[in-house]
Design a binder for this molecule. Sequence first.
Ligand SMILES: *[C@@H]1O[C@H](CO)[C@@H](O)[C@H](O)[C@H]1NC(C)=O
Ligand SMILES: *[C@@H]1O[C@H](CO)[C@@H](O)[C@H](O)[C@H]1NC(C)=O
Ligand SMILES: *[C@@H]1O[C@H](CO)[C@@H](O)[C@H](O)[C@H]1NC(C)=O
Ligand SMILES: *[C@@H]1O[C@H](CO)[C@@H](O)[C@H](O)[C@H]1NC(C)=O
Length: 811
Amino acid sequence: MRCLLSASLALATLAGTVCAHLPHSSSSSSSSGSVVGKRRKTLGFGPSHPHAVFRSSPYQIKTNGFTPQDPAMDPLEVARIFVEDVLSERLDKASSYKIRQDSYTDKNTGVTHVYVRQLVNGLEVQDGDMNINIKDGIVLSYGSSFYTGPTPAPFTNPSSSANPHSEFCQSLKDELPPHLELAFTSNSQVAMGTLLSIPPALMHLHADHCVSLSSPPPPEAFSEDPADFRSALLKFMATATPSASTAEDILNNFGQYRDEMVFDPTHHFTSPSGVDEHHVEFEVRNVPEAVNPVKARLAYTQVPTADGTSAELHLVWKFEVEMQDNWYETAVSVSYPHNIISVVDWASDSPMPIPSSSTAPIPKYPSKPDPATYNVFAWGINDPSVGNRSTVKENFDSLASPVGWHALPYGNDPAFKGARLVGKEFWRNTTTTWGNNVFAQENWEGQNSYVNNYRPDSSSREFDYKYKPKETEKGDALEEAQKYINTTVAQLFYTSNLVHDLYYRYGFDEISGNFQQYNFGRGGAENDAVIANAQDGSGYNNANFMTPPDGQNGRMRMYLWNTAIPYRDGDLEAGIVIHELSHGLSTRLTGGPANSGCLGWGESGGMGEGWGDFLATTIRSNKEYSDYAMGAWAANNEKGIRNFVYSLNETVNPSTYKTLDKPGYWGVHAIGEVWAEILWVVSQRLIEKHGYADDLFPPTPSENGDVPEGDFYKPRKGGKGPLVPKHGNSLIVQLVLDGMKLQSCRPSFFDARDAIIQADQILTGGENFCTLWKGFAERGLGPDAKVEGRTPWGGGVRTNGYKVPLACEEY
Ligand SMILES: *[C@@H]1O[C@H](CO)[C@@H](O)[C@H](O)[C@H]1NC(C)=O
Ligand SMILES: *[C@@H]1O[C@H](CO)[C@@H](O)[C@H](O)[C@H]1NC(C)=O
Ligand SMILES: *[C@@H]1O[C@H](CO)[C@@H](O)[C@H](O)[C@H]1NC(C)=O
Ligand SMILES: *[C@@H]1O[C@H](CO)[C@@H](O)[C@H](O)[C@H]1NC(C)=O
């Protein structure tokens, strides 16, 4: 789960990897409530991929021996030729690859984004990812983390990696601030991303975990049947559960818990992620702490060799575990003692369109009912401190939401499963905050269910409710806040739908993995609207978003903030909602719609946070330049919840690339703040050059679906070629989204920067090459920036690069 907020001051060095719901320490605590919610535990770590590359210069691609193909050739065929060129002699019977079905061609740029998964001995290499960007027979760029060593014999682990953690643990230890040493030595998991203590009894299961590198596991430990994944899963559950007593219980009754687990093999004709037609996946029930059956399958993962320069393959069980507060994708070693090798918490993720669920023509929506109205803080008003509410219309975008925000097919409605067969109607009109893009409701109980939760209902679809929270005694503040549930759910629904429509118009559409119950026959996987919970009872002073792969609902939880009386409601602060929804955007666009594991930790995980801050800040900004804080209203602190406000002024915000080396900058939120600041500087340089669009929404398409250029896009010759936003603020949003589609899985700052620069090359022919490089270089991310000894959680030694490419030097 990605959380918005860092933890309290005392825990500052762990900030961000922990989503503590403590009152913000630097806010005016005299007025803040004393309610301290549960802390949400989250794990996120994994090995680095020293051999991974992202290449975006034609020169680098040509040196692979690859030559451009016929522009008319099917891009998938081009991808095949390219992969076989890159892999050349490595391909044999045991080592192959699979082009994933979630590959797609971007409608605007015409670039085909091809996602490839590596297979060895018929098993998926779960972190062997390639993304190849192709246009007109040319490979524009590609990223690869394919394993490049010799093929291991089937079902064996290399002996040298009996402890895949050793390298990882040692460097983690070297890097930790001294006062964390204690926590580290007593419990490695603390350092890896949670503050919650794991009971000492668990340590015997972690026999060769970081803490006891010197003592190898006893020989009898290897007698366990490696084909039985239940112990591995149970060990993960004991580590992952936020409850110390549950962990104890699991460990004390290990055999019993293991024997109670039931599993059935599930044979997929084609795998849900489009990876491997022949793989067997297990569904495991009776797993403690899991809220749905766990998915399990055998895979390989790459673990760095002792010298850190390459990787070897390690056999793992890959589990997908949905828990109350987390949705983990984890790789646990098949061999004793079941080391947890990597964990990503999804909770925080065409010329060859995927066939739509039906080929029948889309039933026409009879006629649009009158638009709904909402009394809300209108789009652009970030929070109650900067404006008042007003009555606005359901101004849905006709391209992004063809039937508006309050309609969806019965057949795709979780409240009417299968009802389509019964009723004659195809479309269902709703009178609540329930539609094709968003299901918004209260979730005071903090539970998983949502269909029957309360949401406002208005037969005239006029969502007009009062909002006048009173100053109460502390003990009554929660009850007072809950009186305004109608208001706050309506606001959350309104903001979330606008974000859906806005991102859609910049290319986050059905084929690229957006969130909708019904996809209008336009491809992509459906039945995945955002479940948006207002006043979620699972915490305070935060927010989070879970992004499973395309085709499964995203889930957003918004919390109350007890930073003031009356409580402040995060649902009313658009910046927080936009930040959370942007996790869904970046997770689905990076590495392809069906891979939610590309922004897990370190620099990639950090940028996952940073894009949200940047987009929220860009959306609230206006023509007159101003600095902005993140979450300032909700946190009741004018500096907001980050270390610095976003500013062009280096005294106000001194963040540079090198800042990542500082203590306290290995959590994703701190890393993200640096990335957002760099993007903010870059965006201002584009605005200086191209001016400012007052409205980020592109013009409405005409009846025949053509999008007029208006004053929004650059005029195109003969109406052909990609649409390019002509102003600086709209252009940067486009470049950022296109960059997400181009960049590799688990991107570094350099990869994401290069992808943005390439996005400009594709859209404008490189018109902003120097402007972009100058912007990046201002904050140390020029071409001469470098990092040595990078570690998976963002460590390493960085050097700022202030140069610009030769072609951009002033003379
Ligand atoms: C939904 O609303 C439209 C427009 O008012 C109407 O034509 C249609 O019959 C409605 N559908 C249902 C199922 O009520
Ligand atoms: C909201 O409206 C009131 C009354 O018209 C006004 O005094 C106040 O300044 C407004 N607040 C904001 C933030 O614009
Ligand atoms: C929400 O609105 C409904 C009317 O639409 C009203 O009956 C209900 O009391 C309101 N809820 C609260 C908590 O005010
Ligand atoms: C930058 O901020 C500092 C501190 O607020 C201020 O003194 C300085 O004048 C600012 N510089 C510019 C160029 O605005």
